[in-house]
Design a protein around this ligand. Structure first.
Ligand code: CUA
Length: 295
């Protein structure tokens, strides 16, 4: 190897040449387009009216789940969906692997939709509508939108969140003012007729999971007499659920059942306070839990 070929020896003088004219023009054009794109990208965020206004707040996960359940209970119609009257904020919870509740909004009406996650990072996206939100646990994200046409809009998760990530879809329904008003009347009329399974019968208690895929049971308080306590939970939802009992050294889990199934958990309980819940990951954190008092 001669000295001139060595990577550490200096090259022969005159090896570097000045840029020719066409190369200078090219570099100037590159700089101009980079500057333009930088300004455009920042301006897009600041002045682009296509950006959905969003807010973010730190939320208490339990309190948020309770808020979603309260909201769902208040506005749920016979179809299991939450019909949100104009002027009301909507609340949703993302969990592995679904969204709850399904919302129905009125067209040409401004809504703020709050979303948080019960477990891991999810991505809220309405297909074809340029709305993408990162949904993190312990954070509430509020998006202000004005749906402009009735229809059914598909919601997907655009953040890989686990094995069934691709199943994490739902729908957002937009209806006319007349349809909304009619359903609100129905909801107001049927509002008092809730609260079926009060669990009065000692020993055997029958409860149900929410038919509209909200992460809750139809009751949050149960009572029983000491002895063998059996809770049977009907599952009319499309999500899998079970019923489980824990507390005071007790930990029994009923079988996880799909739509139409019944899960049963049975335990010998002394007087005390126990928790009944759904042991499917994320569901208890999402609000599918209640207190069982044994006397
Ligand atoms: Cu949630 Cu992917």
């Amino acid at each position: 190897m001669s000295a001139s070929e060595s990577p550490i020896a200096s090259p022969a003088p005159g090896w570097a040449k000045k840029f020719p004219r066409d190369e200078k023009i090219f570099l100037v054009l590159v700089l101009v387009s980079v500057a333009f794109m930088t300004v455009f990208a920042v301006g897009w965020v600041i002045w682009g009216s296509q950006n959905v206004p969003t807010r973010a707040e730190i939320v208490d996960q339990k309190a948020y789940a309770a808020q979603v359940n309260e909201f769902t209970k208040r506005y749920q119609a016979d179809d299991g969906k939450a019909w949100v009257p104009p002027g009301t904020d909507a609340y949703m919870l993302a969990f592995r692997f679904g969204w709850t509740p399904e919302l129905v909004l009125q067209e040409d009406t401004k809504y703020t939709i709050w979303i948080s996650s019960a477990d891991v990072l999810h991505g809220f996206s309405i297909v074809g509508q340029n709305l993408n939100l990162q949904i993190a646990p312990k954070h509430g994200f509020g998006a202000t939108i004005t749906p402009d046409a009735p229809g059914s809009y598909r919601i997907i998760c655009n953040e890989y969140c686990g094995l069934d990530h691709q199943k994490m879809t739902s729908f957002l329904t937009v209806v006319t003012a007349a349809e909304m008003a009619a359903t609100q009347t129905t909801i107001a009329a049927g509002g008092a007729a809730t609260g079926s399974g009060s669990g009065a019968a000692p020993g055997a208690i029958e409860i149900s999971a929410d038919p509209g895929n909200a992460l809750r049971f139809d009751v949050s308080e149960l009572s029983a007499s000491a002895g063998t306590v059996t809770i049977s939970m009907a599952n009319p939802a499309s999500l899998p659920h079970n019923v489980a009992i824990k507390g005071d050294g007790v930990d029994v889990k009923g079988e996880i059942v799909g739509s139409g199934g019944t899960s049963t958990a049975s335990a010998d309980l002394e007087a005390g306070t126990y928790t009944f819940y759904c042991s499917v990951p994320g569901h208890e954190q999402g609000g599918m839990t209640g207190t069982l008092t044994v006397k």
